[in-house]
Design a protein. Structure first.
Length: 411
């Protein structure tokens, strides 16, 4: 691999990941590994075996395979047609990718969007690792994925991808001051359908996102996973009826009470845009914000929310929410999570969008790829330049040509 200026700090773009693949720093037996490269990450693929676990673990001062001997309760063959992974059972799956990272490069992992929207809890561990989803600087060795299907019993097979790896160097994350400066020059937040004229977007160690419980044109606010549903095969696309696995939830005057240990898909009030020279990640849940979890899938690629002129600017974020132990009340506009932004070392040679087959560029309340589209969960068609369409009743401050939301500091 051609040696690059190590003083450039940030997230590595697709073309630099391709160099790491060709140089052997990211290695797999799959000759088409390059097809798994995204604008700012690489999709990780499942190996041929899953180990049933009696509990989750971190390897600490041991290799993962050595530590696994203490907790394994049998093996499941994922080759061929794959195998069933039982609900609420932890499994550990060696991934096909192995790393030999150069010094100065480290990594983070996150579930893919479709994985998080299925409530399949995943996290990566490494040899001698003391943290989940972190790959230390210069790491050499295997990657292992812990998988726990939470709401559905699923069928998985070798070669499918549930997680992504993002590699970075140096100090990549933007401070609040830098984020405010960025939004002034290259807007990142726009009003949604239910936004008010006076709305602002707030930052505090990241960009806050609030929940949309207005119902808007749809009347319903989101989806709740149904208990005791059928088997869901993870490699299938547009294969399942929404109503067989999900039920719609309806707000009561802008309020929704979450049931204990139930999984919901909701949507942000704000529309988000990730400029080409930046990447973002949904920040981990802050326990001081309430008795719930709002973070499963986390990576937002450069170009997310960049839509053609005439459409609504930005794209809402789908929020994966689970209340813990007790019912929890959400109200429309309540700040629920936030995005942290990082600079790229350079602009990716491909951006997130329909040109590379990105599924969620124009999402609203969009389910994972396994389900047939629910037309009621999509926004109504938008007025586009040069195209005659029936006008839609728009909430004040939510017009397609509205200016970007001002971003201000919030303690």
């Amino acid at each position: 691999m051609k040696r690059r200026d190590q003083s450039v700090e940030g997230v590595l773009p697709r073309q630099r990941l391709a160099e790491l693949v060709s140089g052997g720093a990211i290695h797999t037996d799959d000759p088409d590994l390059v097809k798994h490269l995204q604008p700012a990450s690489v999709d990780l693929t499942l190996g041929d075996v899953a180990y049933r676990l009696r509990c989750s673990f971190l390897p600490g001062n041991q290799p993962v395979r050595e530590k696994l001997l203490d907790y394994e309760m049998g093996q499941v063959d994922l080759s061929g047609d794959g195998a069933v992974l039982e609900q609420n059972r932890p499994y550990l799956i060696p991934l096909r990718e192995r790393l030999r990272l150069p010094k100065g490069i480290r990594g983070r992992t996150n579930p893919r969007s479709s994985t998080g929207r299925l409530d399949v809890f995943t996290r990566v561990i490494t040899d001698y690792g003391n943290h989940f989803d972190e790959v230390r600087d210069g790491y050499t060795g295997e990657l292992f994925l812990e998988v726990v299907p939470m709401s559905f019993t699923v069928k998985a097979k070798a070669g499918i991808t549930l997680n992504q790896l993002r590699l970075l160097t140096g100090q990549a994350r933007l401070t609040d001051d830098e984020l405010i400066e960025l939004s002034t020059a290259d807007p990142i937040a726009f009003p949604g359908q239910s936004s008010a004229v006076e709305d602002e977007a707030y930052v505090s160690d990241g960009l806050f996102l609030s929940v949309d419980l207005s119902g808007a044109d749809r009347k319903f606010a989101g989806y709740r996973a149904k208990p005791s549903s059928g088997l869901l095969e993870l490699d299938r696309v547009n294969a399942y009826q929404v109503g067989d696995f999900w039920e719609r939830v309806y707000p009561d005057d802008g309020r929704l009470i979450l049931g204990p240990d139930q999984f919901y898909l909701l949507v942000s009030r704000e529309r988000v845009r990730i400029p080409p020279g930046y990447a973002a990640e949904m920040a981990a849940y802050d326990p001081t914000s309430g008795e719930l979890r709002t973070h499963y899938a986390g990576f937002f690629d450069p170009g997310f929310g960049d839509v053609p002129d005439g459409e609504w600017m930005g794209t809402p974020a789908v929020l994966e929410v689970r209340a813990h132990n007790v019912p929890f009340a959400l109200e429309h506009g309540q700040r629920l999570c936030k995005l942290t932004f990082e600079r790229m070392t350079e602009k990716p040679d491909e951006l997130y969008g329909s040109a590379i087959g990105s599924r969620y560029q124009r999402q609203y309340l969009t389910l994972s790829r396994q389900f047939l589209p629910d037309q009621a969960g999509k926004p109504k068609p938008r007025r586009m330049k040069g195209v005659e369409q029936n006008p839609l009743p728009l909430v004040s401050g939510g017009r397609p040509d509205s200016p970007p939301l001002p971003v201000t500091r919030r303690d």
